[in-house]
Design a protein around this ligand. Sequence first.
Ligand SMILES: [Zn+2]
Length: 460
Amino acid sequence: MSWDNSTTKQQQSTQAAALKAQVVDAVGPFSPFWRGRLKSLGKTASQVSSAETLATLPAVGERDVCADGNPAGAAALVLQAGESGWALHAEGPQLRKALASRLARPGSYRAVVEADIRPTSFVFAGLGMRFPVASTRGDLDVVARAGARLWQVLGLSRADVLVAALPLRPSASLQALQLGAIGAGCPALFPGDDADEVAAALRLVPATVLALPSGRAATLLEDLDEAGASLQALSTVLLIGAPSDDERRNVAAALSHLGRRVTVLAAHAPDGHRLLWGECPKGTGLHTYPDLELLQLVDPETGEATSGGGELVLTQLGLKGTALLRWRTGDLAEGIATGSCPGCGRTVPRVVGTRRGALVPSLALRTGTRGVDLRGVAAALDGRADVVDWRVVVGPSTRDGADEVLVHVVPTADQDETDVAVAVARDVRQAAGLLPTQVVVVDARDLPTGAALSRRVLVR
Ligand SMILES: [Zn+2]
């Protein structure tokens, strides 16, 4: 039985065991953030160690962990164990081996403990802020193994040659491609994202796969053409970061302008995660790894479980540096499909209709460009006693084209309108770290309508 063809029932039983081990033996005792969080919720780790009970935990995102926007808070997600704590929770065979060698070689026990839990490598993540994500050596092995699976999903082989035009700043996607290439035994070059450097790399190696960041892919292709890049051997363009329909169209147009017929595929690691999911070549969604992660969906406005589309919430299984539990990724998904993939037959869950980072869009406000956490804005408005209904509208102003965050509220009958507007502005700033461009007090019949990101958050 390989990772991608077991039955749903088999997957669920493997996943349930991995989830229990992660929650009870790793995150519950060793994550400072979750230890405190479970205590304040009055729950023990074993009470939330099944998929159903885990879903009762409020999901958390970067602003819950890094209160006031201070990225230092992310350190509390990194598992921290001493030698005695490790002995209580290490897997039996590993512990026996460590104890045996402790008798023979003093100091080796500590080395085993440290190898298991000590972070050795960091990447940066974050949508509205930037924070570090830690990996142990064991985590890096997991990333490499998942990378080898990514190559399988994408239909690539050792015969392929990858050139990745990604920024060299440490990111999960860059690390996952680097280790994935090693895991898959595939030659790979990482010249950075400067078009001239990439063109130079393409003159050195006949790339069959060119990885490009989704947001800049079309522009980079044009720049590469201008820089005289050689794309003769190219068979696949790999878009890193679930691309939007517009981004796909622009890439298709750029490729057709170059006169190249190549396959365009996508790979995506949600923000905070370290594993890249590959898109099925038949376009049926992103293939995930049920033994290494559990995916759930929540209503982006309330954070509560939802059965329809919603925000993708991630629980990592087996990762021991930064260990994410019920992590709000900021991605929206239409759904998580189970059962055999109609494209390739793999039975792993597929994430369908991903809109990357949609809940924390980068907005060019008059005060500067920044990621705006719409989950925080919604949280400040949801369930208020002084407001009957509300809408948030984000997007460019008709006046000068600058992006705006407009909050429309319908106060309850007994409330003073100005008081409500002031209180709403204050609470939004507290929860999302920015003042709305404007708080507009309206009658219910005058609430704006339009394209919705979620029920009450609209985009222009
Ligand atoms: Zn498939």
